[in-house]
Write a protein that binds this ligand. Structure first.
Ligand SMILES: [Zn+2]
Length: 60
């Protein structure tokens, strides 16, 4: 019984973690850095992760 309860808690934790990771952030004010792929604010001109200049791509 205790083992079943323990497994249930583990599953619940894993599901919640997956759910949080799967939900994308608000993409309205964010864009993807074309160099490193990290999400940065739309008005960012220098990526804070890879320090490269961000130029808006003609396609998005
Ligand atoms: Zn970057």
């Amino acid at each position: 019984m205790i083992l079943a309860l323990f497994l249930l808690i583990i599953v619940a934790v894993i599901v919640s973690i997956v759910f949080v990771l799967a939900v994308p952030g608000n993409s309205e004010d964010h864009k993807k850095c074309q160099h490193c792929g990290k999400r940065v604010k739309i008005e960012t001109v220098v990526c804070r992760y890879c320090k490269k200049d961000l130029v808006d791509l003609p396609y998005r």
